[in-house]
Design a protein around this ligand. Structure first.
Ligand SMILES: Nc1ncnc2c1ncn2[C@@H]1O[C@H](COP(=O)(O)OP(=O)(O)OP(=O)(O)O)[C@@H](O)[C@H]1O
Length: 366
């Protein structure tokens, strides 16, 4: 990993218009991503986590301009991505690829693997001629753990894990630098999940890839990430080195997410933090700290003042940022919960047992 930023995202904003009324005018906006800033260094794996609807996928799609962002700046290898023409953007897409949760939906069912891989190369003008592209397609099959004789098969003739390998091969076909993995292993069984994650890690070492990993499963993310970004309702609430996030979470939301990951050893009981209520609507997010309506530590200040995302202690400078007025005081016990944390809302959609199982599987296949 180098210190150089490969991707810089500054003040990214994605507001989706809501049309209504007789004339179909814009009556409101879904504030899916609001003022999001982070960077990814070359060779790094950065994961974005948070509950469903917090803006993870929208962030990934906005970086690639699959949806044109409302505001902000995206710089990739020093180039201003949002100012590129359509043609320039097409070329840049060969360096920034995305793998989706459901490879079946993104693979053309009428095309064989060979046709799919060759088409990706043709679009990006990779390879001198057909023969060279076929040779490369065969090599890609081997790279992702599929066999040459499977190259003339159609997507439905593969299992879910194999299809995800085809998705990875297609992404690799155009020599990317960055791959955005949008819930890329979420739909797979835990053991297959571990195999695909191992493949992604091996490719990172061999080819020097950089990953932006979008996931709701903190258990999976822990073993592949250098850094973790925690999002809540369109904003980053905490961002830091994986070790620091897991060992020293500072935002009450991060603590709640972490408390939802079961510990494989039943003797090691840990306290589960339950959050009250649902995630508010991104159409009309709460003022101040967006998490205040569910936060056990919230005060009046949290209802009106938006906390800055920053290191709260010089120890953490450059390593761990948090957006909470009371992060340090909660840590030291000076600021106590203002209500009990006993509402029975689940923190993550059953990330629970699965996360523990996938962690065990991942370790056993390493
Ligand atoms: N094209 C769109 N038009 C309008 N609203 C959208 C659009 N895409 C996403 N949204 C909304 O933006 C918010 C963030 O969605 P997003 O898919 O980024 O969340 P997420 O964190 O990736 O969740 P999930 O894990 O469920 O995919 C949601 O409220 C979603 O309904």
């Amino acid at each position: 990993m180098t210190e150089k930023a490969l991707l810089e995202v500054e003040n990214l904003q994605q507001y989706f218009p809501i049309k209504g009324g007789f004339l179909g005018r814009t009556v409101n906006h879904v504030k899916a991503v609001d003022d999001v800033t982070f960077n990814i260094r070359e060779g790094e794996t950065v994961s974005v986590v948070g509950e469903s609807g917090c803006g993870k996928s929208t962030t990934g799609r906005a970086i690639l301009r699959l949806d044109e962002p409302t505001n902000g700046k995206v710089t990739f290898r020093g180039q201003d991505v949002l100012s590129l023409s359509k043609n320039e953007m097409r070329k840049m897409r060969s360096e920034m690829q995305i793998i989706f949760q459901d490879p079946y939906a993104s693979l053309n069912p009428r095309k064989t693997v060979k046709q799919t891989l060759i088409e990706a190369m043709e679009i990006q003008k990779i390879g001198k001629n057909g023969k060279e592209r076929v040779q490369r397609a065969i090599e890609l099959m081997e790279t992702v753990g599929l066999q040459e004789h499977q190259i003339n098969r159609f997507p439905h003739e593969f299992s879910g894990g194999q299809r995800q390998r085809i998705g990875i091969a297609r992404a690799l076909a155009v020599n990317p630098k960055l791959i955005i993995c949008d819930e890329a292993v979420s739909a797979l069984d835990v053991s297959i999940q571990a195999q695909v994650l191992n493949l992604l890690q091996r490719l990172q070492k061999e080819i020097g890839l950089t990953y932006l990993f979008i996931a709701h499963d903190l258990g999976v993310v822990r073993h592949i990430s250098d850094r973790i970004i925690v999002m809540y309702l369109g904003k980053i609430v905490e961002m830091g080195d994986t070790k620091s996030i897991f060992e020293n979470p500072q935002h009450p939301y991060t603590k709640a997410l972490l408390s939802a990951i079961p510990v494989p050893d039943p003797k090691m009981k840990k306290e589960r933090i339950f959050l009250r209520g649902d995630v508010p609507s991104p159409i009309d997010p709460p003022a101040g700290c967006r998490f205040h309506t569910r936060c056990p530590f919230a005060t009046e200040k949290c209802q009106t003042e938006t906390p800055a995302l920053e290191a709260k202690d010089t120890v953490f400078e450059g390593k761990h940022d948090v957006a909470c007025h009371y992060a340090l005081d909660i840590q030291s016990g000076k600021h106590e919960a203002t209500h009990e944390m006993k509402d029975v809302r689940k923190v993550l959609d059953d990330a629970g047992e699965e996360a523990a199982a996938s962690k065990e599987d991942f370790q056993s296949t390493k």
